[in-house]
Design a protein around this ligand. Sequence first.
Ligand code: SF4
Length: 463
Amino acid sequence: MVPDPHPLHEVNENQCQVCMPLGGVMALKGIADSMVLVHGSQGCSTYMRLSMVEHFNEPVDIASSSLNEKQTIYGGEENFRKGLDNIIRVYRPKVIGVVTTCLTETMGEDTGRMIGTYLADRSLHGIDIIPISTPSYSGTQSEGFWTAVRDLIVYYTTTVSPHEGVNIIVAQISPADTREIKRIARLMGVMITLVPDISMTLDRPYGILYEKIPPGGTRREDIAGMGGAKATIQFGYCCPDPLSPGKYLEEEYGVPLYNIPLPTGLMNMDRFIRALVSITKKPVPQSIMLERGWLCDAMADAHKCLAEIRPAVYGDPELVYAVSSLCVENGAIPALVATGTTSSRFSREILSLTQDGERQPEILEQADFSGIGATAAQKGVNLAIGHSGGKVLTERHGIPLVRAGYPVHDRLGGQRILTLGYTGTLSLLDTISNTYLEEKYRTYRQLRRTEFYDRGGVIHAET
Ligand code: SF4
């Protein structure tokens, strides 16, 4: 462990989260034929565009109402209307999500009324414009994401006849993880409505015709039918009830809710499979049992080195919970668990993972990386798991980092990081083990030499 040469933990530095409307944009990008208007200044949408392009390595179009000083004083409705006109002319979307920003929320812009007036003045057919309130000073990308998913479901879902489909509402996961959930559902023979579906929209294969709005995403017709599904499986274990889309479907349409953790780790993935079996009464196919068997084999292989790891896990609450659970079931009890947001459920669920009072992790909410770094140094953390924001842990403290979650902007392939399912868990487990082993053997001789001299060892010259 390298001591912190910049003891800056008393100031707020390097936030652990990204901003609330960005979470809303992420959810909207998983809806078919959709575009986003960020109602605020240019800087907000530029930041979101840059952040998403760096992570997904894809062109990401986000429109802005582009408010400046004048509109800040006199109101942004004119720009807002121009923005909508331009989006409709250039992109011809079926869905426009309007996310607000710190600026427009502070100004008190009533986007619901502004959309109503706009629609009354234009004769638009087949275009839905949905307001989503995302004041970044009251939440992080996690709250923005759940707010947007819930608002979309509230907007579209109607009373329909019961059907055999199952709703799957995912947290912020990668396109590769989204494809994995769809693959598992296909193997199980379950018809699903998956919201949001970024498997294609934020990871377009090379060679398909370029379109301004990428193909794929959840169709609004499918969201409309979610009220008739047999059940909802929601990977929103730490999501507060008022933001929970699955809770809304349960209360308004009587759709039973299975609110479970992201299926990273053996226990969590078993829980997902058990939920699918319990809802559909279908047997688990042999191919899935084989994948489970390979994961169990990998866990047996890895347990010796994993017991030496004192990890710090940080980022979006859902990912942090699932990865912490994976660490615990493999004997790598986290020394530190941190998230940029705050939620009573998060701390409670993390603490419930470990029964051993001696080794319970330090939990930081509303964390930044100066606090995470200082606590990691104090707790003897020897590996970190989370997004690229944690690179300062390597730079300042020499802690190796396994990149997972959002954003990963200093490596390629953020969109392809697979952490879900038995297969994704196995891949993550190997990466964690090998990152630790690489660091261990890189520093092994130096450590032994230091220990030798610390004990007063002397090397005698040969006679
Ligand atoms: S001003 Fe607010 S909404 Fe805009 S980028 Fe910053 S945190 Fe996000």
